[in-house]
Design a protein around this ligand. Structure first.
Ligand SMILES: [Ca+2]
Length: 225
């Protein structure tokens, strides 16, 4: 399997922590560190568990049935403000407890809830399990180049860091997988010109478009600006 050399990041790394949750305390809470909403479709499950943990004593367990773009099991943080030019970085860890070949599977998104269908940016595993980023509804997608794609490994914890410059015309995205830069390129990252603000973070199974049910674990979620 080809493994690309680490690249120099082209975006600055924001260090102001605006949200942090590792599923240790009261998970759903209106306070500054809690998840304040969730989306759970019938048959799917969200549980706080000590079974697999990246950090601390608890993590989020996610079970998500396949269902095109309609099957979700995610926790959400609303009331965020990710606007034009505000470089934003999401760090989180996940463990896909199953065989390779689970994609397409959507792992995290930041959306504008003030518009119909909540347009926004999202990280997903493609059919070959390599990670990509797209602007939902606009056909804008940044993929790893063929020949050097690094699949998201399964049955192990993976640390992800997604940094992006929100911009309706000149956006930029980097994605690090276990410290290796797997995406670094231009991508439109805001739905339209103007005062568009991405206000809701979702992590977990933000959509299972793959061939089978997926069990995964999520921990150590941090958002920087
Ligand atoms: Ca934890």
């Amino acid at each position: 399997m080809p493994v690309p050399s680490p690249l120099a990041l082209t975006l600055p790394t924001p260090t102001n922590l605006v949200f942090s949750n590792g599923f240790e305390g009261q998970v759903l809470s209106p306070g500054p560190t809690g998840w304040n909403d969730y989306h759970l479709d019938p048959g799917n499950r969200l549980v706080v568990t000590a079974y697999r943990v990246r950090e601390g004593t608890r993590a989020l367990g996610v079970y998500c049935l396949p269902g095109g773009g309609a099957s979700k099991a995610e926790v959400q943080r609303t009331g965020l403000h990710v606007g034009q030019g505000q470089v934003t970085r999401l760090e989180w860890s996940l463990y896909v407890d199953g065989d390779p070949g689970f994609g397409p599977f959507f792992l995290a998104d930041l959306e504008d809830t003030s518009y119909s269908l909540s347009p926004g940016v999202r990280v997903f595993a493609q059919t070959d399990d390599s990670l990509a980023v797209e602007l939902k509804g606009y056909g804008a997608r940044l993929e790893q180049p063929y020949g050097s794609r690094v699949p998201l490994p399964t049955r192990q914890w993976v640390d992800l860091a997604w940094t992006f410059l929100p911009d309706a015309s000149a956006g930029w995205v980097t994605l690090e997988q276990n410290g290796v830069v797997v995406l670094d390129g231009a991508l439109r990252t805001l739905p339209s010109v103007g005062d568009q603000v991405l206000d809701r973070l979702g992590v977990g199974c933000t959509a299972n478009s793959g061939p089978r049910a997926v069990t995964m674990f999520v921990d150590r979620v941090q958002l920087f600006q």
